[in-house]
Design a binder for this molecule. Sequence first.
Ligand code: WT7
Length: 648
Amino acid sequence: MSNHLDTLLQEQRLFEPSQSFRQQANFSDPSIYDRASENPEEYWAEQATYLDWFEPYESVCEWDPPHAKWFVNGKLNAAYNCVDRHVRKGKKNKVAIFWEGEPGDSRAITYGMLQKEVDVAARMLQSLGVKKGDRVTIYLPMIPELPISLLACAKIGAVHSVVFGGFSAKALRERILDADSKVLITADAGYRRGKPIPLKANADEAVVDTPIEKVLVVERFGKDAGIEMKENRDIYWAELAAKVSREPLAAEPMDAEDILYLLYTSGTTGKPKGIVHTTGGYLVGANTSLRSVFDLKDDDVFFCTADIGWVTGHTYIVYGPLSAGSTVVMYEGSPDYPGRDRFWDICEKYGATILYTAPTSIRMFMKWGPEYVKQHDLSSLRLLGSVGEPINPEAWMWYHEHIGQGRCPIVDTWWQTETGCAMIAPLPGLVATKPGSATKPLPGIFADVVDEEGQPVEPGNGGYLVIRKPWPSMLRTVWGDDERFRNTYFGKFEGVYLPGDGAHKDKDGYIWILGRIDDVINVSGHRIGTAEVESAMVSHPSVAEAAVIGRSHEIKGQAITAFVTLREGVESSEDLVAELKQHVVEKIGAMARPEEIIFTAELPKTRSAKIMRRLLRDIAEGRVLGDTTTLADPSVVDELKSRYKESD
Ligand code: WT7
């Protein structure tokens, strides 16, 4: 990581917006920054006019730190804003979603079709007893029923909780229990490189002894999935769809502060946090960022490569682009199936104008080489986005040259599950970009870099990234644990939001995100708590103690290294390494599989018995060791160093 930082902070290149881009940009008046910072409520009120409200709000924001309310007493419905209103306003035959299945099947779903399918799905949920405020857990692959399920929940005021299809049965179960959901929507199986991911089998394991009463099953894979349907509990989507009324369904008027969804994310403890997003503010934030950061126009085709199981997909496949009446491209599978040109094939086929992807993918494309890109006509692209982790300047330049063909501005967007939408990113018609910097806070966002006392750092220095004032799409709390919300995000600086990232501010005031400052690691843009992996590790009968760190990795950004001490009498072996890795996969999911496991007789600890993670990182990254004088038993380090070499 430190080498990476050095190159980041020496980056001098500056890319000014082109004249032609600037002229057509939605946000083209630089005074917007000053206007929004002088009067943020006025700015957000103006953005709120891009939504349809059933009843107007009475005040823009009420801030009682750490709790904010936005668009107080306003009434609206997210599904109405994403679907119905577009049908009413003449977009019935406009494509809302170009869906591309991994095996090559595809669907073009118009707003008119989407409306019908959302209403049917909403009625299906009602027939299963789902009411306003109830939670519905959704564990689906990237198929049309996924966005349809989100919108169906929103239409009737149910709260969705999407669990990424890569999570294990145990992780799904934990999230079902925490959310207290009565209904689960899943599929027989999902496709990954042509093979089935056994979603239904995982779901069967997950729902035992939980409040889940009904499991709605989409048939995606068919007979080969070999699933079992449990009587009185499981029902096929198509079967139930055939039973409900086809009449249009009126959208439930929701209070702006009613919960739209929960989305679980990792924190510093072993327990994931259910991030709570509400209706009005979230939708205003999502919608605004499409118009500002992504310069979205009516004829754009927006291809976001994220999975809807993560917040990026929630905001930039579903609620953002659809609330703007846009056309999105949604792809089910792997970027290298059947060939390494799949994304470029999709861009060409649908004429994607905006591409939003992650640095880890870009680094993979770099490694594969530009020949796969060259096989396709990418001239429709006009804007590129990056999200998930700091983008290294090399990857930025490659993205710029080979995908953007030197023509497309790149928006590096910093944000989090908690923030709901992009927070630090360039307005592409106004802000010159620097490879590796997310540039400046968006209008109406009061992000800054501060020192230990909470004072802004001088340009040229680093510190904590903070957000000083509330914003519409901020999380409202942690589901069932307001104390944790308060401590995690507002515990360090009074009334100031702490995202948990370190950052550097350069002499031009540009912000460079340096990465997490807590025990959270970022593997391929996925946030994983070291404590979660550690508790998975120690739940294995052979393991006495485990310390997990993220070390820098060429493609993934960070990779998981686990240092493990074994119980008395257990011998280390290659088989045990494989078994422990598999154990973590079963507890959490494949994205948490440790890259390497290092057995050691002891873990390096301070005299107060704290595991020295920084030291472990130094060992894993092969750096010269820093100060180890606080170490209780310095010989541990020598042992570890030799162990690490052995495992190479
Ligand atoms: C963490 C949030 C936002 C959707 C994807 C991840 C890191 C995210 C950037 C960026 C540097 C970034 C931060 C943040 N991160 N985007 N453009 N530059 N770092 O959402 O799982 O909630 O993770 O991802 O560390 O805190 P998430």
